[in-house]
Design a protein around this ligand. Structure first.
Ligand code: SAM
Length: 239
């Protein structure tokens, strides 16, 4: 089974091995951004739900940095859950991992911290990108379908002081996600932001990109002969 030697963005001296396969999501820069942002904002959380966990990298890395008491993880993909359980066992971490469409598998559970990383890239780009080869996306034409569902449902799964972290990638309708977040949360704070160049496999689809930007479904700048996108990480709280 292939192994990813992951250098933790929290501590470059810490290398963690994760097994992965063709049919699960391969961690990206957003993985690093989420881990860095949560590690900076959170001293310790008794319970964490890693939502859209893929191979389990976000929750397991934060656990190994002592940020989490008890780890929960879920993904709609059975392969992802198999890898998460396997990686947790090899790292000697106890995890309650479940196949679940968004929150379906967590009825009657409450968490102190939820990290949402369910796919949020405009479908016309997700379907041609390498990121989602063999991996479910189904985020809608503007990339917001999954995150808006999470934002509207997560209140039932957070403790009263609980926090939600979520990324917004500019390959989605950023304003629509933010408006939705503000209707469901008292406090919505941007805690991290980084720009990045669009990968080559998407650069060649400039017509699709232009069309999506013209209709407001995605956002990017064209600078230095490159498409420049960004990822923001938000922390939201009801109280
Ligand atoms: C962007 S990947 C993130 C994976 C992991 N957090 C990482 O950083 O590598 C998104 C994950 O969301 C999962 N996913 C897609 N739709 C979902 C849904 N409706 N419910 C739960 N998970 C979903 C995918 O299977 C994929 O593993």
């Amino acid at each position: 089974m292939p192994e990813l030697k992951y250098i933790s963005p929290v501590d470059q001296a810490k290398e963690i091995s994760f097994s992965f396969g063709d049919e699960v999501f391969m961690p990206t820069a957003t993985t690093d951004f989420l881990i860095s942002a949560v590690a900076k904002e959170i001293l310790h959380s008794d319970t964490l739900l890693d939502l859209g966990c893929g191979i389990g990298i976000v929750g397991l890395t934060l656990f190994l940095h002592g940020k989490v008491g008890k780890l929960f993880a879920s993904d709609v993909s059975k392969e992802a859950i198999d890898f998460t359980e396997d990686n947790a066992a090899k790292l000697n971490v106890a995890v309650d991992a479940r196949v679940s469409d968004i929150f379906d598998g967590w009825k009657d559970h409450k968490f102190d911290l939820v990290i949402n990383d369910i796919s949020g890239v405009a479908d016309p780009l997700a379907t041609i990108s390498k990121w989602f080869e063999n991996v479910p996306s189904n985020s809608g034409r503007d990339g917001t379908d999954n995150v808006r569902k999470v934002l509207s449902q997560v209140g039932d799964y957070l403790t009263p002081e609980g926090k939600l972290f979520f990324p917004i990638i500019s390959l989605s309708d950023v304003d629509r996600v933010l408006d939705c977040a503000k209707t469901h949360f008292h406090s919505v704070e941007k805690v991290f932001s980084k720009s990045w160049f669009l990968p080559e496999d998407l650069e060649t689809h400039s017509e699709v990109l232009q069309l999506l930007r013209a209709e407001g479904s995605v956002n990017y700048e064209f600078k230095y002969g490159k498409f420049v996108c960004y990822t923001d990480i938000y922390m939201a709280q009801r109280n």
